[in-house]
Design a binder for this molecule. Sequence first.
Ligand code: GDP
Length: 637
Amino acid sequence: MELSISSLAKKYNVLGVQVKAALKSLDLFDDSEVLDIDSDVLELLEESIKEIKKNNTVELTPDATPRDIAQALDVSQSEIQKLLITKYKVMATLTTSLKQSVIEKIFSEYGYNIVWEQPKPLNVKPVKKNPKSPSVKQIRPPIVTVMGHVDHGKTSLLDYIRKSDIAAGEHGGITQHIGAYQVHIPEGVITFLDTPGHEAFTAMRARGARVTDIAILVVSADDGIMPQTIEAIHHAQSAEVPIIVAVNKIDKPGANPEKVLAQLTEHGLVPEAYGGQTITCNVSAKTGQGIPELLEMICIQAEVLQLEAEPKGEFQGIVIESKLDKGRGPVATVIVENGTIKRGDVLAVGAAYGKVKAMLDYYGDSIKDAVPSTPVEILGFSSVPVAGELVYRYKSEKKARDIAEKHGQAVSDKMQKKGSRKLHLRDLKEQIATQGLKELKLIVKADVHGSLEAVNGLLDKIDNDEVIVKVIHSGVGSILESDVLLSSASDAICVGFNTRTEPGARSQAEKLNVEIRHYRIIYELIEDIHAAVKGMLAPKYEERHLGILEVRAVFDLSRHGMVAGCYVQSGKVNRDSLVRVKRKKELVFTGKVASLKHLKNDVKEMSIGQECGVQIVDYVGYQDGDILEIYEMIQIN
Ligand code: GDP
C-alpha cells in the first residue's frame, strides 16, 4: 500500500523526521516522501515509530542549520531564527551550521531529545531497497582464484577448465579475457578469476576488496612445494580463504604427488588422506585427468561455505578489471556481489558513474541482466573505474554523478592527508587501547634460512598477555611488493633481517603507508618488537642535513634583536630548521631558527643562491663569516 511520511506522522502524532528515523532503523529509507510497503513491513514500522515516540528522540546530523531544525520540528524558519536571537543571542542565517549544544537546547525547548547521526562513509549508501519484495537469499556460485608457484600450471589449468564449460554451446569454449569466466558443470556453476597468482589476489585485498571465496593452490607434482607456493598459502590463510590443493602435472613421468602431500603438512595444510581437512586433487592440466573431480570438490566446498546472495536485493558489485578501450570508451569488468544488474541501470563506482549502455559476458555476447557471482563487462561509465572499487546502483544519473563527484573529492582529500592510517610499531600501544588490537602481525624476510628460523623462533617466544605476536608470512630474500601488499591487506608490519627492500616495494609501502623495518642484529629486532608490544618503544631520530648558510652581515634591529644576513650556499633553510653555528670550523652554538626573512617579509623557506635574514632562538652573537649548518631531525621508527 502507498503511504506518505506526513500521513504516518499525523497518525502517530510524531514528527516527519521521527518517521524517517524509524524507516532508517529498518533500512527502508530512500529519500522519498511516499512509501510503498507491505502490511507486515508496516507493522514493524509502526512498532519502531512507537519506540521512537516513547523516547521522544529526533535524529539529526551534527552540522544542522536553522532551516534543518525548522524542517525537523515542523515549525516556521522565522520561529527558529527568532528563538535563536532572543533566547540564545545567536545571529544565524538559515544555512549557518549551529553548535550542537545550541541545537540540543532548541529541541529540548520543544520537548525532544537529539540523537546525533553518525556521518556516513561516502559511497556506501546504496540504492533503495524495494520494500515490496523483501529480498530472498539464494545460493550463489563460488568465486575462485588460482594461485601457486610460477610454471606450476596455473594458466594451463585455467585454460583447460575454461574449455570444459558445458554451456559453451556454439562458442566451443572460446571466451574473451574479461578478468573472469564461469564454468557450468552438472553440480553447479563456478566463477574463476582469470588473473592467477596471490599478488593479484592480495592487491585487491589491499584495496579493501574481498572477492575470492576459495583459493586453488596449484602445486606441480614434479617440483613440489616452492617459495611462491608457501607465499600463496600465507596470502590465502591471512585472508582466511579456504584452500583446495590441485597437485598438477601428474601425467609427467617424474611426478610424485605423495611427496607433495607430505610437504603440505609441513605448512599447516594437512590433506584429508593424512586425516586433516585440506582437500587435494591430483590433476593434469595437459590431459585433463582429475579436473572434473577438482571442479566437483570446489562445488562441495562452496556448499560447506553456504555462499548466499539476494538476486532481488540491492545491487552491489566489484570492479575486477578496467581499461580505456579506443572504440568503446571506459570498460569495466564487474562481478555482481548482490542483486541483479540490468542494461540501463545507473551506477556509480568511485569517481566514475554512468548508465549501463551495454553488458557483455565472457563469451563476448550481449546480455540484459546479470545475477550474483556473474562477471560482466560494462560499458557506459564516465571514466575508467578503479579495480577493487565497489559499484552501486542509484535512482537517477544526477544522484550517481553527485555521489561520484563527492567520492572524487574525498579521494583527493585523503591523498592530501597522505593515505589511510596503518599500523605502526611505535604507536602499537595506542592502537591496542583504541582499536582493541589483539595481534601484532608481522611479515619477516631474512637473508638465509638459518637466520629466518632464528628470528621466527625468538618472535615465537615473545610473551605478552595483551598482544600475540603472529608471523603471517616469512621467507628468504628481499622485501617485495607482494609482501607490502599483504602487510597492507592484513594490517601487518614488514620486518627485514639482513635483507633489503626492492625499490618497487618501497614506493608501494610509502603509498600504502606500510611500515618496513630493517635490522642487522637479531637482538635489536626482538627487543624492538618486545618493547612495541609493551608500548615502550622509544622513538629514534636521525639527523638530515638541509643546507649551508654563510653569514655576510650582522644587523642590530635594537627592539627586534640581532639578525644574521645570510647567503644560502647550498641546500635550503626552513623557518623551523635546526641550526649549528660554526666559526672557523669550531662549533659555537646549537639551536633552532627563530625567524626567517627575505627583505622585510617572513618566509617559510629559502634555498640555494638566495639571501635571507636569520634569527636563532636564544642567540645573538653572530659574526661575519660564520657558517650556519642547517638540519632537521626525523623520526625513523
Ligand atoms: P603458470 O606459470 O603457473 O601459469 O604455468 P603455466 O600454465 O604457464 O605452465 C608452465 C608449463 O608447464 C607450460 O609449459 C605448460 O605447458 C606446462 N604444464 C602445465 N600443466 C601441465 C601438466 O599438467 N602436465 C604437463 N606435462 N605439463 C604441464
